[in-house]
Design a protein around this ligand. Structure first.
Ligand SMILES: Nc1nc2c(ncn2[C@@H]2O[C@H](COP(=O)(O)OP(=O)(O)OP(=O)(O)O)[C@@H](O)[C@H]2O)c(=O)[nH]1
Length: 375
């Protein structure tokens, strides 16, 4: 069993943790080791071992790993700095009054948090300010960091591999969200860890999309099932059948970008999903939506629409290094909270993208993100 998780204690070296027979091996955080480092052995889980648990509590901020972690966090901070600056401005006065809360409300709305999450944050913050008898605006900012991290906590979750052979992952999203790039980065890390990966190029119409995925497959020396023209569902069926026959650990299907309003293309996604299930019972085991963090509240609309069509199991939020305001994660977190309250499963953010380089795909940590957002 493999599980992507955030390192909680400073390891002595940047190398991947070595598993013991009593505990399942874990895939190293994506910051390290570097591409050329020795992969850990991907031993099978011991018989009868419990599945890896998804962390639910907010872990302490991860330690620096010798520069890599600091540098991507720096990129995240830089990407979110406009939001950080406008929120910081709210706390420069000396009074905690209605004007402060009104300014904060405006700053959160400007940051794409949306009305619901903004109200949730303000109500919770006011309650804490009262409970703690906080009298200093900087103290209120610290409390806001706590409240925000707590709101974001349901978005934390690990992508667990190894329960199925292969684990079948279906990737969806609108055009240009960063699907293929994220698959490429993920594939490299999996390949480095000796996982046998097979890619399915389910965008059968756009030659450039197939080529882009082929480049990633070549670079990572993993197999790819690709077909010009033809039916993407058939490509996916073949890929999973091949993945089973060849003993692959993971099959990742890269689907063509589409808008949720293109109903025939959404129906095509459903067909791909069914075809994966026909090739292997229970597949796809993960249905991951890749969303561009720059799309603001539209990202939440995408999450809802793709979820209602496919039933999402996780998210990747990309481009948080750019002009993203970041608050949309609060809006998505509120939506996840509400669905969990209704008895539905969480939809965690497995990874966030903070750049185009390999190490720029990172696991999501609510507290780190809250700190980066508030700078
Ligand atoms: N800055 C930045 N750029 C990214 C990130 N992720 C992806 N990109 C870039 O976004 C662009 C689109 O990425 P793709 O991976 O081609 O997106 P896609 O969703 O596969 O696109 P379609 O196949 O057209 O639907 C590329 O130029 C990527 O390099 C990120 O986290 N940060």
């Amino acid at each position: 069993m493999f599980s992507f998780f955030r390192r909680k204690a400073a390891p002595p070296t940047p190398e991947a943790p070595v598993s013991t027979p009593a505990s399942p091996p874990v895939i190293a955080p994506l910051t390290s080791p570097p591409v050329s480092s020795t992969p850990i052995a991907a031993a099978p889980p011991p018989p009868g071992s419990a599945p890896a648990t998804v962390p639910t509590a907010t872990p302490p901020a991860a330690p620096d790993d010798g520069g890599g972690r600091t540098s991507w966090l720096g990129r995240l901070r830089k990407g979110l700095q406009r939001t950080g600056a406008s929120i910081a401005q709210v706390f420069t006065g000396t009074q905690i009054d209605d004007a402060l809360y009104e300014e904060l409300e405006a700053a959160l709305l400007m940051a794409d948090a949306g009305v619901g999450a903004t109200q949730h944050l303000l109500n919770e913050l006011k309650r804490r300010v009262k409970d703690t008898r906080c009298s200093d605006p900087q103290g209120v900012k610290t409390l806001l960091g706590d409240v925000l991290a707590e709101l974001l906590t349901p978005l934390q979750g690990s992508l667990t591999l190894g329960r199925h052979q292969p684990t079948v992952i279906m990737i969806a999203g609108v055009n240009g969200a960063g699907k293929t790039t994220s698959i490429g980065k993920l594939t490299r890390h999996l390949a480095n860890l000796d996982c046998k990966v097979l890619l399915a190029a389910a965008d059968t119409f756009r030659a450039a999309a197939r080529e882009q995925l082929s480049v990633w497959a070549d670079r990572n020396r993993v197999e790819i099932v690709s077909q010009e023209g033809g039916d993407p569902a058939a490509v996916c069926f073949d890929a999973v059948s091949a993945g089973k026959a060849r003993g692959c650990d993971v099959v990742i299907a890269d689907t063509a970008g589409r808008l949720a309003t293109q109903l025939h293309l959404m129906e095509e996604l459903r067909k791909i999903q069914r075809s994966l299930g026909r090739a292997m019972e229970g597949a796809p085991h993960e249905v991951i939506l890749v969303v561009d963090g720059n799309t603001g509240q539209n990202a939440l609309a995408q999450v809802k629409a793709f979820d209602s069509t496919l039933g999402l199991t996780g998210l990747v939020v990309t481009k948080l290094d750019g002009t993203a305001k970041g608050g949309v994660l609060a809006a998505i977190a509120l939506w996840v909270r509400e669905r969990m309250a209704a008895g539905k499963p969480a939809v965690p953010v497995y990874f966030i993208g903070v750049g185009e380089k390999l190490e720029d795909l990172q696991t999501f940590d609510p507290r780190e993100f809250a700190q980066a957002l508030l700078n």
